[in-house]
Design a protein around this ligand. Structure first.
Ligand SMILES: Cc1cc2nc3c(=O)[nH]c(=O)nc-3n(C[C@H](O)[C@H](O)[C@H](O)COP(=O)(O)OP(=O)(O)OC[C@H]3O[C@@H](n4cnc5c(N)ncnc54)[C@H](O)[C@@H]3O)c2cc1C
Ligand SMILES: NC(=O)c1ccc[n+]([C@@H]2O[C@H](COP(=O)([O-])OP(=O)(O)OC[C@H]3O[C@@H](n4cnc5c(N)ncnc54)[C@H](O)[C@@H]3O)[C@@H](O)[C@H]2O)c1
Length: 468
């Protein structure tokens, strides 16, 4: 083996990993390794390039395109005249690609202490990696390594899938034109968000799921309501098993087996949204002696240390949560623990909220009712409809609600689940209450709630809890 360049620190992955480096690392000799994500091999990770940020730019556009439906309820005639897909796409990526490019340039050209390796890294030993760059392979090592390598879409083993053109979240937002029809495989976050985006923009969407529910990880009441509303917006085929995918004149053909027997779907475009897996296999973490769980996630302790000395992991490659705010939190923990090894801090995963930006929107934190029952935790619940608060009347909302779970003895919140307009914003005071241990009664009555604003949904739900 040739020369091995040794660093103080190697960071693999420029999603949340990129944020570790600040002026406090100016004296450190650092290597950053990035292979690129998405169809353009972009710098800066999933969230920026192919995840949270572009999807939400499309979601907001889809929400606006849905104005005729909202207007109809209110006596306002709004018409959707045209959807200029290329203009939308280029607006979104015109902004994002520029950020990704300048992020890369900054690291490569303006950080004298940082060497950027563009290529895929693979462990050859503990804290030693071989990187396949365009200029050929090179081996680097370091005293400390941070694995922030994220994950990638999983492609299910449906016969024929490798012989047809399919998309994942990595490529579907860059389509050349808006297809007339789309089959979406998968009923999770990504499926639900893209079904909203594409159906609102005029694509005939068919969603295929194996279970009887969309978003079945949510509280049962929430996923039941969402499933009901999804079926009104797009063609929902649940309890289905995929038999075979093949090419057709229209695009793709999917043979299914379901409650009504065999059926065949055809569409122009196939979007696979059946989950993601961690990139630990690409890294060959086993060669470094790092332990992974059965699902491939790198095992870490509460300070984000892997099972091997001098190596940390964060974000989608190791976390039970595949969420950007969690990856960022863990990144700050790793950053601290690199800088101040004598006083390490721990990650806080007690109250992790999430949101699904579909139609309607969903937000959730803490226990679902099913989990509380399963764990044998004593709880009471309260449900408040948007239709029962003034702003809900203003919107003529008839389907949204908030559901809270609380400990009847202490009034402490155990979980909060909201489906309806602005759910990801409306839930935030509940996240705050859980994190800071505010009980439901003090929270409801100890502050003003702006009238007649949407958070009155939360106020009324809190007041509805039958506490001891
Ligand atoms: C479509 C979609 C929508 C999403 N929407 C949301 C949302 O609204 N809100 C939210 O909280 N979360 C959302 N997420 C999840 C969020 O994007 C991720 O949780 C987050 O980006 C994870 O960050 P990370 O730093 O762990 O990994 P990433 O951002 O994936 O970064 C990992 C980086 O490592 C690089 N890499 C991997 N292996 C190697 C290797 N061997 N060598 C060199 N480089 C390597 C990759 O190229 C990548 O750039 C969404 C995800 C998707 C796919
Ligand atoms: N708003 C957000 O925060 C947001 C948005 C998008 C993604 N994400 C993150 O990315 C992760 C991955 O998203 P995702 O939607 O791909 O995964 P997911 O795990 O949420 O959902 C995948 C779904 O596909 C189903 N599935 C698996 N194999 C299938 C098959 N062969 N046919 C049909 N269905 C099949 C699974 O049962 C599951 O319901 C999420 O868990 C989430 O953490 C977050």
């Amino acid at each position: 083996m040739g020369h091995v360049r040794h660093f103080d620190l190697i960071i693999i992955g420029t999603g949340s990993g990129n944020a570790i480096l600040d002026e406090r690392f100016a004296d450190w000799d650092v290597a950053v390794v990035e292979k690129g994500v998405g169809s353009d091999s972009s710098y800066g990770g999933t969230c920026l390039n192919v995840g949270c940020i572009p999807t939400k730019m499309f979601v907001h556009t889809a929400d606006v395109a849905n104005s005729p439906t909202a207007g109809e309820r209110l006596g306002v005639g709004v018409r959707l005249d045209e959807v200029r897909w290329r203009e939308i796409r280029d607006r979104v990526f015109g902004r994002i690609d520029t950020i990704a490019e300048s992020g890369k340039r900054f690291r490569r050209d303006e950080n004298p202490n940082v060497t950027l390796y563009e290529g895929t890294a693979r462990f050859t030993a503990a804290r030693e990696l071989r990187v396949e760059t365009t200029e050929g392979p090179t081996t680097i090592s370091a005293d400390r390594v941070v694995i922030a390598a994220g994950g990638r879409p999983v492609i299910p083993e449906v016969p024929g899938i490798e012989d047809v053109e399919y998309h994942t979240s990595d490529s579907v937002m860059r389509l050349e034109s808006l297809p007339e029809s789309m089959i979406i495989m998968g009923t999770g976050f990504i499926g639900a968000e893209f079904a909203h985006i594409f159906s609102a923009l005029g694509v005939r969407v068919t969603m295929v799921g194996r279970s009887g529910r969309v978003l079945r990880g949510e509280d049962d009441d929430i996923s039941a309501r969402f499933t009901e509303l999804a079926a009104r917006q797009w063609d929902l085929r649940l309890n289905r098993r995929e038999i075979e995918v093949s090419g057709s004149e229209e695009g793709v053909r999917l043979r299914l087996d379901g409650p009504e027997g065999a059926e065949t779907l055809e569409a122009r475009t196939l979007l696979v949204a059946t989950g993601r897996r961690p990139n630990s296999d690409l890294l060959d973490t086993a060669a470094a002696g790092i332990e992974t769980a059965e699902d491939g996630k790198v095992k870490v302790d509460s300070t984000q240390r892997t099972t091997v000395e001098g190596m940390w992991a964060l974000g989608d490659v190791s976390s039970e949560y595949e969420l950007k705010h969690v990856a960022n939190h863990e990144e700050r923990v790793v950053q601290h623990n690199l800088l101040y090894p004598d006083t390490p801090i721990e990650s806080d995963h007690r109250f992790v909220p999430h949101a699904v930006f579909s139609e309607p929107q969903i937000a959730s934190v803490g226990l679902t009712e099913q989990r509380a029952a399963e764990y044998g935790i004593r709880y009471v619940t309260a449900t408040q409809d948007y239709g029962g608060i003034a702003y809900g009347w203003a919107m003529e909302d008839t389907t949204g609600f908030a559901k809270l779970l609380a400990d009847p003895a202490t009034g402490k919140l155990l979980g909060a689940h909201i489906i309806g307009p602005q759910a990801p914003t409306v839930i935030q005071p509940l996240v705050q209450a859980m994190e800071f241990g505010i009980d439901a009664r003090s929270m409801a009555r100890g502050q003003y709630w702006i009238h007649p604003a949407m958070p009155e949904l939360v106020e009324n739900a809190l007041l509805g809890l039958p506490l001891d």
